[in-house]
Ligand binder design. Sequence first.
Ligand code: HEM
Length: 580
Amino acid sequence: NMLNAALSPIAIDPKQVGNYTGIAVRPSSPGASSTCSSGITITLRSAKTNSARRVEVAILGLTTLIFRLIKQGRIPKGLRLPPGPRPKPIIGNLLDLPANHEWITYDQWARTYGDLVHVDVLGTHMIWVNSRELAYEIFERRSSIYSDRISFTMLNELVNSTWNFGLQRYGSWWRRHRRAMHTKFHSKAAEALHPIQIKHTRLDWSSNVVTSDVCQRVMIRDLLQKLLHSPEKYTAHLLHTAGAMIMEVAYGIYIKHENDPYLVNAFKVVRSVDEAATPGRFLVDILPWLKYIPAWVPGAEFQRKAVIWRKFAQDLLDLPFQETKNRMSEGIADLSLVSSHLTDIATKPTNESDDELVIKNTAATMFAGGTDTTANTIRSFILAMILYPEVQKKAQKELDDVLGNQRLVEFGDMDSLPYVMAVCKEALRWHPLLPSGIGHMASEDDVIQGYFIPKGTVVLGNVWKILHNEADFGPETDKFNPERYFMPGIRDPATSGAFGFGRRICAGRFMALNSVFIAIASVLQVFELSNPHDESGKEIPVEYDFESGLFSFPAEFKCTIQPRTPAAEELILRSATNDV
Ligand code: HEM
């Protein structure tokens, strides 16, 4: 996901060694490598002459040293940085950063060093905040300091992702984007997305917020049909429906059933941002001067990628936006975030000249921030249901008691389905999609609990740790157990870090909660989710793991998804015609 960028450890990914421009850096690499005096292990492309290699090593070592000296601020007398693993000269804690399953290491650091853990990576200060109380103090009470984002050379400058307001620096430009989304997607506006009366008209210009039956019609009915016909492609189906929903909400565009050009391109953008945002993927993020190397230089692969990715992003920004404008001028546009804002602009002459750009950026940011996040949260839920069949049974019993097989679940049923609601909360908590949130950056020097936090520090809420705290979520937090929410004093993961913190908290969280509920409730109502089967038809235990990186969700796993009963299958088929 694009927001990966925003700032997580500048770790070097061992998988990517050799992909940089002639030089790769990583913790202890096997094969052709040399270690410079700073302790950085450098792997060089074999075609280089010895003297060229020596020059590269020297440049890398020197640049790192200069970068460090420039960045290294003075720590005021009487103060010290928060505790953390002991840094090495020049490279700091570069080698301490985990290469995979990061949340496990960060959890261990929290146990060893306490609520605040500091590491220094090549001169960049990074801090993990390990308790809810401290996260509240930092991100909420001191939000005027901790709402900035760091800027990555590859993602922000070369790929030019400045349109994505999730990556923008804190300030008035970011605020205008956030407001453009908020006015149409605050909790009241998100409520308007509830298709309580399913056959109501799609347009509601009177309230001028985006009101439609989009979630129910596209996300659910379409998803159920697809799961029925090709359950093995469940990941693709989840992404398609989540993407389709945002396309409708943001642009009022109904995408094609398969191979929709907008979606195909949009996913290219999501994937490119994913890669560009993977911490340490590009050396140019650590040595920004590499950005001046022209694309034709052998090895400057990153420059060529940046050119292609910029084009994908430009198409995502321009093409659907232009289609909505065309439809508006023909008088056939459906209400959407874009059409609603453009109507506002046309009727209010006081608008600023770049308002249209803000709307365009905001709609594209919604797509980039909202598709794979929603889809992967639902994937986590599917895995949990296979691993915890008793939870699945209990939720299905509640759905059967409330709905029978008469009709599909709707948003209006939320209050009658407390256990299903608890399953949704647990899907956000059990293995949070962003185990370290998205990094905020300190825009000023600060002091917390006697520790000095230098300006420019990347501050990460340890979401995984916070959501696994037994004081807030009851015993055995490693287990997927919705019962916990019926105990007194248990917190809601949605307001405890699953959607981030402070002024940068997820701008799409109300919509995300709606989507997660309607998807989970509908899938549970009509499908049985269970272990995969081998060639002989014998059930075998699901094999699973969680992806590493800033975004973490179950890696592709095999499973069985089949209608619970013939009546459930009938319900799915009838839903295609909007009969239920
Ligand atoms: C279950 C699904 C989702 C999860 C778990 C999730 C989680 C997050 C998190 C943790 C952040 C970072 C907050 C921070 O910096 O502290 C974030 C930011 C953001 N999210 Fe979501 N998100 C989800 C769905 C969505 C959807 C559906 C949309 C759009 C419709 C969206 C749009 C955004 C945007 C625009 C930001 C950047 C906010 C900013 O920097 O000001 N997200 N999300």
